[in-house]
Design a protein around this ligand. Structure first.
Ligand SMILES: [Fe+2]
Length: 291
């Protein structure tokens, strides 16, 4: 096994691992360490079934559910409650999966829940002839490189995370908070494994810095969103069929570039649920879910 950086910004490629084969505990430990240290891991040329993908994902924790808290289970596709097909493939004009078309702005998956996903795994099955790249931005270095006065202004503050399902580019001033999930999380989120602080805001999902006047909050968020796009924090992944990427939603955000609508694109997504609360000492996930 070999571990090679994907960029100066974030992420590593893990070479020499075939996910069709059972992995020994030493290999798994090295993969887990690489994930915790580098936030994004890529394994290329994988030819795996959904079962094999799930088995690998489960080494990182319990699979996330697509059923929404407090709501009846949705009508999900044949793949069940854990799997999201990210695809523009349509049957009778209706997309068979989610987030079918076009560019998508930076976000962290399910940041709007009290217990956001720890990680997301995408496996590339069909790709377009151009575009559809995923950009990853390192939220640790983005936090560290903020001007000192801004760090002080944001210290201890929370940011409201909201999302209307299906939105890929935020065109409206505000989301409908009465009908969509939202939750305020610390602007600087401490990662439970690394102990480092990450800038936990994103253009698609963060609407306000709680407790600041609207104008000031808007101005700061706009500056933060621009800051997160700086090339020194970003790795752009051009997908190849067989790529499997696992990213840490606690310390990275991701975005998608545009691609042709008339060509097929299909990636199979699983999420890993975080069992540790966002804020140290807060109620843990399982306990909260049982209440
Ligand atoms: Fe996403």
């Amino acid at each position: 096994m070999e571990i090679v950086p994907l960029s100066d910004a974030v992420g590593v490629e893990i070479k020499g691992v075939d996910l069709r084969e059972p992995l020994d505990s030493n290999t798994l430990e090295q993969i887990e360490d690489a994930f915790n240290e580098h936030a994004i891991i890529l394994l290329r040329d994988q030819d795996i079934s959904l079962g094999q993908q799930k088995e690998f994902a489960q080494h990182f924790g319990e699979l996330g559910s697509r059923n929404r808290p407090g709501k009846k289970p949705n009508e999900l596709d044949e793949y069940g409650e854990h799997v999201m097909l990210v695809t523009n493939v349509r049957e009778k004009g209706k997309p068979i999966g989610s987030l079918p078309d076009g560019e998508m702005t930076f976000h962290a998956d399910t940041a709007y829940f009290e217990f956001p996903s720890k990680a997301t795994m995408l496996y590339a099955m069909e790709l377009t002839s151009w575009g559809g790249n995923t950009l990853f931005s390192n939220c640790y270095t983005a936090a560290e490189e903020l001007p000192e006065d801004l760090k002080r202004r944001l210290d201890g503050k929370k940011a409201m995370q909201v999302y209307e399902y299906g939105t890929t580019l935020k065109m409206k001033e505000k989301y409908d908070r009465d009908n969509f999930p939202h939750y305020a999380h610390p602007v600087f989120r401490k990662h439970p494994e690394s102990g480092r602080s990450a800038l936990f805001v994103s253009e698609l999902m963060t609407e306000e810095i709680v407790g600041l006047p609207k104008e000031e909050s808007d101005e700061i968020l706009e500056a933060l969103f621009e800051h997160q796009k700086k090339p020194e924090f970003v790795y752009e992944h051009p997908w190849k069929v067989g790529d499997l990427v696992l990213w840490d939603n606690r310390c990275t955000i991701h975005a998608r570039t545009d691609f042709p609508r008339d060509e097929r694109r299909m990636l199979r997504r699983l999420t890993i649920q975080d069992t540790k609360p966002v804020v140290e000492g807060a109620v843990p996930y399982k306990q909260a879910a049982a209440e």
